[in-house]
Ligand binder design. Sequence first.
Ligand SMILES: NC(=O)c1ccc[n+]([C@@H]2O[C@H](COP(=O)([O-])OP(=O)(O)OC[C@H]3O[C@@H](n4cnc5c(N)ncnc54)[C@H](O)[C@@H]3O)[C@@H](O)[C@H]2O)c1
Ligand SMILES: O=C(O)C(=O)C[C@]1(C(=O)O)C=C[C@@H](O)C=C1
Length: 361
Amino acid sequence: MRTALVIGTGLIGTSAALALTGRGVTVHLVDHDPEQARTAAALGAGTDQAPAEPVDLAIVAAPPALVAGVLADVMGRRLARGYIDVASVKGGPRRELEARGLDLSAYIGTHPMSGREKSGPLAGTADLFEGRPWVLTPTRDTDTEVLNLALELVSHCRAVPVVMDADAHDRAVALVSHMPHLVSSMVAARLEHAEEAAVRLCGQGIRDVTRIAASDPRMWIDILSANPGPVADLLTDVAADLEETVRALRALQSSDEDKRREGGTGIADVLRRGNAGQVRVPGKHGSAPRAYETVAVLIDDQPGQLARIFADAERAGVNVEDVRIEHATGQQAGLVQLMVEPRSAAALTAALREWGWAIRQ
Ligand SMILES: NC(=O)c1ccc[n+]([C@@H]2O[C@H](COP(=O)([O-])OP(=O)(O)OC[C@H]3O[C@@H](n4cnc5c(N)ncnc54)[C@H](O)[C@@H]3O)[C@@H](O)[C@H]2O)c1
Ligand SMILES: O=C(O)C(=O)C[C@]1(C(=O)O)C=C[C@@H](O)C=C1
């Protein structure tokens, strides 16, 4: 691929454009708000000048409800050899395009399974998709050349291509993205009117559970409106679990010993099933989750501290597999948790301690 056109230069469009530009592709950027395209261009994602001739691949990264209309427009103007969108839902946009009577041989619906709770070009990063699944939904009518262009994009973004049927995709993301998003919002909603004395105690647990609740509601209304059935079915199952759990907790309040035992069994059951589901969440690069050991380092909230820790880990010959940072409330300090292979943990701890880092258990 030599040239691409990104339409919608928000978080996803800018991230893809940054990755493509980094691999030598000439990327043209357009947005319904020209200021967003200018910002993406200023970040090094490409040029906001229109292409003089059709590009190899047009990537539509507009909000889900607008995707079919934008695609129909760019396909009608023959702006590219191949067309993809990156919307979080796949069945609806395809049906809308079919209803418009368009020839869809040059189109593939796609969905990178990576994002952030932040929107706009400033949130974009070239490595956003690295190691993440990127779903492609070709049909038997799809041009091979267009499928190859889409695969090249996925490869430039260092993502992992996964081919699926559009409706199967929508059912799958209802489980792994859309239902969890609503549950996160519902947990976060409990905090809206909570007492400050409670809210100030927020630790990492609630941060993990509520991060995605900070996402743009307009985008999520589009997503959920395009996939209501599968999400409602899953929430019905969650509601049944909630009911069981409330019953078990009430039983734990009982003065009757048998009832308390029953309650304990009910709670243990939901926690056990949670463990069993959680271990199925794939680890980094889609591989099976691995047990890493954590080396925890207390740092001052000063510029450059993180870069120095990573440089020291490299100096110690240890690969950091994952990292998590906890900011201590009201203090200029943070706890950096470096996840490493168990066999490297002792060596890294010793090296960092020797080089003056404050190691915490
Ligand atoms: N945010 C995520 O985590 C995530 C992850 C994977 C896929 N997606 C999908 O990617 C797409 C973009 O999401 P985002 O998070 O980048 O949103 P965003 O709000 O950051 O960016 C969307 C951009 O589209 C522009 N836009 C709106 N209408 C347009 C139009 N008619 N023509 C051209 N541009 C238009 C907006 O001005 C904005 O710059 C959505 O379809 C979303 O479902 C999002
Ligand atoms: O990590 C996040 O912030 C996301 O919400 C990303 C996430 C997800 O659910 O994994 C959200 C919606 C997208 O369609 C794809 C990815």
